[in-house]
Every structure is written in structure tokens, then in C-alpha cells.
Write a new protein. Structure first.
Length: 407
């Protein structure tokens, strides 16, 4: 299947959850690459596509990889999601049932490492360098390939905005925009009935998707994974906010991965982990709402306050990108091409300190990007801090470069 452009072939894939901005990133890479003389192949379904390739010149691999043209990517870039599709596949940790049928005679352990197959499939496709777009799970496997000697330039994407080393991940701005819009829509019902409104938002380990919308006025309080909130104290704060509001309601954003004071773990929808060891989150919003109603009488003259609970979930993930998630992916794609044309690999394109840069890809391994509670969160009031904005980057909270990373 190998087809070479004048300067070689670039592969591109999207892994993990979908989000607005992925198609503009694919467009940014492809159009620049084609005009510079490269050939571009889109890998379908993330790492899964590279696992399932059949290395036979007569095999139909269109379901796993396809040639990309300007016409295809220009049309797709106006839409949300990823037209290359995605998956949460981890080729180094495939369960027996996830191994492609044509490889099951060779790989039949409970957990299998198919990295050698991935490398052979990249060679079969004629790909000289790979651009994976994803969060820290997708990019951790990209770093694994880089360590194996395959050239990689990575692009950070996740609505949680928690890839280490970068201020900004593709999808975050649209997530914040939608959260603000939906919170304001839901206010009308909360205010009409004088209730407290609990909104569950994304954020497994980091609270950016709760903190930044709250900072922008979407809510009165927020609960983030970095600080274990006390439910009675949260209730007291919300009743106080409700009493100060002329319409007699209050709003709190709760990160899906928050762990409350006195609890040992997050709230899960089920106990089955994905290939990266993550269980599906969900349910903390409903739990917090029930507890707030239970505790509210203590702070409301003995009268319980009714509580609304709404999980935003895929409503902030679907649809077209906003302006930021149309511009940043374009810049990331072109920055990746700049690196490729200079012969550099093993890099993560990023925004750091408000400036487009690139860092060693190993920044994504062994590090966490979390909200700095001491700088950005008032633990006594369960809300953002609203001071010392001078010299802060565009989205306020930086992606500090972890110790030990040489830029």
C-alpha cells in the first residue's frame, strides 16, 4: 500500500474521546503537508487502525487507513468530532478478545503487546513519521513508539485540558463555551422554582472544566478533583449564595472525578476499566444533589431546598468547534509540520506561557497537570480566586513544565 510523496509520507490519527477541533487539526496538518510535497495517510479509529492492518498488498485496508486529500479535509474541518473516528485502544495492552482475528494464533495471552505489529504496519503503509492527536493516554503510547525508534510529533487534545506541559488542549475552549451556555440555559428552571442547581461536568483528575466556567460566571461554586469538598460546607455556601440571589437560586459545577471529603474513591458508572485502566465515571452530580437537599434544612430554617441535577456529558463534546478550537488546531498542525521539515521528532506541540512552543514528548509520561489549588481556588469558599491576573496567560492557568524536563 505504500505511496510516497516527494518528501515522504505522514500518518495522522486521533485517539481517545472525540471533541470539537480534531477535524481542523487534521486539516491543518494535511493541507500544509500536501503543499510541501508530502503524502498523507489518515489512520482510522486511532491506534486500533494500526493494530488491524492486514499486511497483504491485495487486502482491502480502507477501513483502517485512507489517503487524505485537500478536498476531504477542507470539507470535514467545518464539522465537530473526528472523521477519522477514534478508539481507546492501547496496542501494548490488548485483551485476547481485542486482538484482530488474523493475529490470534500468534497473540493469545490474556493481555498482549502488539507494538511490533504496529511498527510493521507503519512500514507496510509507508509512513515515515506519525502525528497522533490525543490526551495523555493516546500520547503515552506515542511516546512508547518514539522510544522504539519511530518518529512521532504529537498534538495535545482533551476537553479536560490536562495534558502536562501545555496551557491548552484542543477541545477545551468549546467545552468551556458550551458549559457556560448550558448553565445559563438551566438557570431559568432553577430560578423559576428557587432551587439549587447541580451540574456535573467533565474532569477526571483535573478541575479546569469546572473552575474556568465558574470563573466566567456559569456558577456560584465549583467542586474539583484537586480538593475534597465537605458536603455540609458546600451546602452552607450554596444556601448563602441562594439567599443573596434576587431570584433565589444557586448553581454549583461538580467535576465528574471529584472525591468528596471522607470518601476513598471517585463515583463510577460501572467497574469495567478500559485498556488504559480507567473506569467510566458518572453519578457524582446526582449524589451531591441528594446530599445537598438532605443538609439544606440545617442552613435554611429547618426547610429543605429542592435540588436539580443535570449531567452535561456529551452535550459539551458534540457539535462544531468554537473560534479557539478552530484556530489553535490549525496552529498546532502547522507547528507539527515545521518540526517535521526540520527533521525533529519525539516532540509535543503546545502552548506554554501563552506562546506556541514544543516540548519533549516524555513530558506526558509520569506527570499530572492539575489545578494549583493554592493559586487558583478558594478552599474556604469553594470557588475560583479572582485576583492577581496580571501576566497570566489567556486561559489563566498555565501548563507548567514539570521538573526534570529539558526543553
Amino acid at each position: 500500500m505504500a505511496i510516497k510523496g516527494k518528501k515522504g509520507t505522514i500518518g495522522i490519527l486521533t485517539g481517545g474521546g472525540d471533541c470539537p477541533g480534531l477535524n481542523p487539526a487534521i486539516r491543518g496538518v494535511t493541507i500544509r503537508a500536501l503543499r510541501e510535497g508530502y503524502h498523507v495517510i489518515g489512520i482510522r479509529r486511532g491506534w486500533k487502525g494500526l493494530v488491524e492492518i492486514v499486511r497483504d498488498k491485495d487486502a482491502d485496508n480502507y477501513d483502517h487507513a485512507r489517503e487524505l486529500t485537500e478536498e476531504v479535509v477542507a470539507r470535514a474541518a467545518r464539522t465537530g468530532g473526528t472523521f477519522l473516528h477514534s478508539s481507546r485502544t492501547r496496542p501494548s495492552h490488548l485483551d485476547r478478545d481485542a486482538v484482530p482475528h488474523h493475529l490470534r494464533d500468534t497473540y493469545n495471552d490474556d493481555v498482549n503487546d502488539l507494538t511490533n505489529e504496529v511498527l510493521k504496519n507503519l512500514e507496510f503503509l509507508g509512513i515515515d513519521i506519525l502525528i497522533p492527536i490525543g490526551g495523555d493516554d493516546t500520547l503515552s503510547y506515542a511516546q512508547h513508539l518514539h522510544q522504539k525508534g519511530f518518529p512521532v510529533v504529537a498534538v495535545p487534545k482533551t476537553m479536560d485540558n490536562d495534558v502536562p506541559g501545555t496551557d491548552y488542549c484542543i477541545g477545551f475552549s468549546t467545552c468551556v463555551t458550551r458549559t457556560i451556555e448550558l448553565a445559563h440555559e438551566l438557570r431559568t428552571t432553577a430560578g423559576s422554582h428557587e432551587r439549587i442547581l447541580v451540574i456535573e461536568v467533565f474532569g477526571r483528575y483535573a478541575g479546569f472544566t469546572a473552575l474556568v466556567p465558574t470563573m466566567a460566571g456559569a456558577a456560584d461554586r465549583c467542586v474539583i478533583p484537586e480538593f475534597p469538598a465537605n458536603l455540609e460546607h458546600l451546602t452552607e455556601c450554596l444556601v448563602r449564595s441562594r439567599n443573596r440571589n434576587p431570584s433565589h437560586y444557586a448553581v454549583v459545577l461538580v467535576s465528574e472525578g471529584a472525591v468528596l471529603e471522607g470518601e476513598a474513591d471517585m463515583h463510577y458508572q460501572d467497574d469495567e476499566p478500559d485498556q488504559y485502566g480507567h473506569k467510566k465515571l458518572g453519578g457524582i452530580g446526582d449524589y451531591v444533589a441528594t446530599q445537598i437537599k438532605h443538609h439544606s434544612a440545617h442552613y435554611n430554617n429547618g426547610q429543605k431546598i429542592d435540588v436539580l441535577s443535570q449531567r452535561l456529558s456529551y452535550l459539551v463534546r458534540c457539535g462544531a468547534p468554537d473560534a479557539v478550537d478552530s484556530i489553535v488546531p490549525m496552529a498546532y498542525g502547522n507547528l507539527a509540520l515545521d518540526l517535521i521539515m526540520k527533521g525533529e521528532s519525539g516532540r509535543l506541540v503546545c502552548v506554554n506561557g501563552g506562546v506556541y512552543r514544543h516540548l519533549p514528548l516524555d513530558v506526558v509520561v509520569g506527570h499530572k497537570k492539575l489545578v494549583d489549588v493554592s493559586k487558583y481556588y478558594e478552599t474556604s469558599r469553594l470557588r475560583p480566586k479572582y485576583s492577581e491576573f496580571a501576566n497570566q496567560p489567556f486561559f489563566v492557568m498555565t501548563g507548567d513544565i514539570p521538573a526534570g524536563i529539558t526543553t
